[in-house]
Design a protein around this ligand. Structure first.
Ligand SMILES: [Zn+2]
Length: 294
């Protein structure tokens, strides 16, 4: 009992430190607003945060895509394990198509993946999936996705050397016990690459661009808003900073856009998404919806 208690105290302290470490930069983003914060005067390396091509598929988890390994990463929650589809096979097929269209060469999965946990629950846990843990389920997804992509490439007579990589907690860029995200980067350009920045608040990366460009139906086009809900749920839950967010120090959603009108419309839509969801709306006064035009 007392050991458990010590452990809890230790995690609380770690959380407090992680919060304070990011306080100054997050406060700057909050006070200045994203447009000024990311202006070339204020943020000289801004151009280097946008890349044309992404070659690695990873989770939206701030601890995963922030790994510095030179690769440009496309983010989907759990590497696509929550993507809307009628079945596991159809989901594999669709996410494989998206990866091929985007020229993805590496598929990752990672330890402690919240999205894999949701998928494992969605599919009935061990009883129905036959898989004993969410981690194993996430690994299974990414391994099979890799195989489907390689099969499709082979059939098309192309080079099929896409590989799967499992990322352990020790390799992740966040404490193993909790999420330290203070923000969401809601990227409509599919080019934003926040991990290239020297200093930014930690944030989930949601690739709205993929849905906008490649979404085949309403569910696919709306899917980034489901990811938005997942990310907010984690940030405000026990595994996130939770009660540390306030109206003065809000969780910040930053829409990254190429056009003014698109930015404003998305901000309205994100607000509506949060306000109309009974789980999310309770956090609304501790969330700031912001954005910038590049
Ligand atoms: Zn994950």
């Amino acid at each position: 009992m007392s050991h458990e208690h010590d452990n809890e105290k230790e995690i609380m302290e770690k959380k407090e430190n992680a919060w304070l470490e990011q306080q100054e930069i997050t406060n700057q983003l909050n006070k200045q607003g994203a447009q000024e914060f990311f202006s070339p005067e204020n943020f000289p390396e801004i151009d280097s945060l946008f890349v044309e091509k992404k070659e690695k598929l990873c989770c939206i988890d701030e601890g995963v895509f922030n790994i510095e390994d030179e690769s440009h990463k496309m983010a989907l929650a759990g590497s696509g394990i929550l993507f809307p589809a009628d079945s596991w096979e159809k989901r594999l097929d669709r996410v494989a198509e998206l990866c091929i269209n985007r020229g993805i060469k590496d598929i990752t999965s990672h330890e402690g993946c919240g999205a894999a946990g949701l998928a494992w629950k969605r599919d009935g846990g061990e009883t129905y999936t036959g898989i004993k843990s969410a981690d194993e389920y996430g690994k299974k997804w990414s391994t099979e996705l890799t195989a489907v992509i390689n099969q499709k490439l082979k059939e098309a007579g192309e080079k099929n050397d896409v590989a799967h990589q499992y990322i352990s907690k020790s390799e992740m860029i966040r404490p193993p016990e909790f999420h330290d995200a203070r923000a969401i980067w809601f990227d409509t350009t599919s080019q934003f690459h926040p991990d290239a920045a020297k200093q930014l608040p930690k944030g989930f990366l949601i690739d709205y661009g993929v849905a906008k460009d490649e979404g085949k139906n309403e569910a696919e086009k709306e899917y980034p808003f489901a990811e938005l809900g997942v990310a907010i749920g984690i940030a405000f839950g026990d595994h996130g900073f939770g009660g540390k967010f306030t109206a003065e120090n809000p969780f910040i959603i930053v829409v990254v856009s190429k056009d003014e009108l698109g930015l404003e419309l998305l901000k309205i839509k994100i607000e509506k998404t949060i306000k109309e969801d009974k789980e999310l709306k309770i956090h609304f006064n501790k969330i700031k919806i912001d954005g910038f035009v590049k």
